[in-house]
Design a protein around this ligand. Structure first.
Ligand SMILES: Cc1cc2nc3c(=O)[nH]c(=O)nc-3n(C[C@H](O)[C@H](O)[C@H](O)COP(=O)(O)OP(=O)(O)OC[C@H]3O[C@@H](n4cnc5c(N)ncnc54)[C@H](O)[C@@H]3O)c2cc1C
Length: 429
């Protein structure tokens, strides 16, 4: 049987760069709480914070199966977009796009304030983001995104192959564009800071996986290895793993993707890596590769996908290294210092599993590849929904996850579709 929580083979490379922190103790006894939240990621932390602004005197228990920084929220590539992702962008539906972008941008400002309140030092800068195409498929995706940016009157720069080579030091791409609407962060630092900014009234338990949930006499019971939580209101903020607790089973998939960081590159290589010293590049294909150059002069590559399982470490290392060297042949002698995997809560149509599933049971999952800011916004709105406050029509803004067939048809469908897409878009992988 699959575990009800992620259990990664490899350490998170971002977290390995930070000093050790003392985790909050695991739950070791039975407790009673007004509210329980499963998952201390962007979504769960936002729920806890928002609930406390509504009801500062109520008890809130926040549990996570991992340690903050080491788990999924610390494993991403650190892009905090102020606008929709390319796949979400829709030039034909501008009013909706503008309003959702405004909510996302305001949420990002709140994240920046929370970082400041935490007093923690976080590498985060409004570095913007590149999108670059290595093939005609990628070029068509860039053209669609450009149409969206133009229609939305958002600024951007169009870039030729030689512009890209001059700025990021890679001649792999044919063309691209740069948009300033993105922050780049060290994600393990970021999630540690957001966690540290939670009010003391939230009781946090790390290394505490929820094994099952159950409705008992109109209350909820969460079972964990060494203690149970009884609560009136339960939030599932554990992303793809909500389905292991019985929710979103016909909509959610855990899609594993991988990232690797080089060591800090020697100064002798800096001049071969273009004029821009802190940048991020998002793929033009949904299965394509993400790249970053970090403030401490490492290169990051994020690439490859596996359905519901994490690939072997040696396979991940080989495939990421090959893709990095294809883009940066000048780094041929450099290997990756760390590689790791993470699970994305994937839905077939990119829509969400969001709302009240059963009386007193609320869920937010399925942010796909872009949930740091969106997850924060959705967590906050979910807490608003649970207290009966006015909330915008989230499904209208971000879509509703569509139905997927059961196994084994689902896995077969995924493998066939991804093989075909990877073949057609192979230059972007
Ligand atoms: C390699 C990689 C790169 C990515 N890059 C980006 C990016 O650059 N920008 C971006 O916006 N998004 C990115 N994403 C996606 C992003 O990480 C997610 O959308 C985001 O983390 C979702 O936040 P969340 O809080 O909803 O869920 P998560 O971050 O997945 O947090 C869920 C939490 O629940 C915990 N949990 C799970 N099951 C249980 C259980 N049974 N009991 C207790 N706790 C449990 C997990 O340990 C985890 O801490 C990336 C993802 C990966 C894997």
């Amino acid at each position: 049987m699959k575990p009800s929580f992620p259990d990664y083979r490899l350490r998170c490379g971002w977290n390995a760069l930070l000093s050790r922190r003392e985790p909050a103790p695991a739950l070791s006894t039975d407790i009673d709480s007004d509210v329980a939240i499963i998952g201390a990621g962007y979504t769960g932390i936002a729920i806890a914070k928002r609930w406390q602004t509504h009801y500062p005197d109520q008890s809130v228990a926040l549990i996570d199966s991992s340690e903050i920084g080491e788990g999924n929220p610390g494993r991403n590539s650190g892009f905090l977009l102020e606008t929709a992702l390319a796949e979400d962008a829709d030039a034909a539906n501008l009013d909706r796009m503008r309003r959702s972008n405004a909510m996302i941008a305001a949420t990002l400002q709140d994240i920046l304030r929370d970082i400041e309140d935490s007093g923690a030092s976080v590498d985060i800068a409004r570095a913007g983001t590149y999108r670059a195409a290595a093939s005609d498929i990628g070029a068509r995706s860039i053209a669609r995104y450009e149409a969206f940016l133009q229609a939305s009157e958002l600024p951007y720069e169009k870039l030729t192959k030689s512009d890209l080579q001059q700025r990021i030091g890679s001649s792999y791409f044919q063309e691209g564009l740069y948009s300033p609407h993105c922050y780049l962060a060290q994600p393990a630092q970021l999630i540690r800071a957001l966690f540290a900014a939670l009010p003391d009234t939230v009781s946090c338990f790390e290394n505490t996986p929820a094994l099952s949930i159950e409705n008992r006499s109109s209350r909820w019971l969460v079972t964990t290895p060494k203690g149970n939580i009884q609560c009136d209101t339960l939030f599932l903020a554990n992303n793809a793993f909500a389905k292991s607790l019985g929710i979103g089973q016909s909509q959610l998939v855990a899609m594993y993707t991988y990232a690797g960081l080089t060591p800090a590159l020697p100064e002798s290589l800096h001049s071969q890596l273009g004029s821009d010293s802190n940048w991020g590049l998002l793929p033009t294909h949904r299965l394509g590769s993400t790249l970053r150059r970090t403030v401490d002069q490492r290169l990051l590559i994020r690439s490859s996908h596996d359905y519901e399982h994490e690939a072997s470490s040696s396979h991940v290392r080989d495939s990421l290294t090959r893709r990095m060297h294809a883009r940066f042949p000048q780094l041929k002698g450099i290997s990756l210092e760390s590689v790791w995997g993470g699970a994305v809560g994937f839905t077939y149509n990119g829509g969400l599993v969001w709302g009240e599933e059963k009386p007193g049971l609320f869920v937010s999952a399925g942010c796909n590849g872009g949930g740091t800011v969106k997850g924060t916004l959705l967590g906050r709105l979910l807490a608003d929904l649970a207290v009966g406050a006015d909330v915008p029509d989230v499904t209208d803004f971000f879509g509703k996850a569509s139905w997927m067939p059961p196994e084994p048809i689902r896995a077969l469908g995924f493998h066939i579709t991804s093989q075909l897409e990877q073949w057609a878009g192979r230059a972007e992988m």
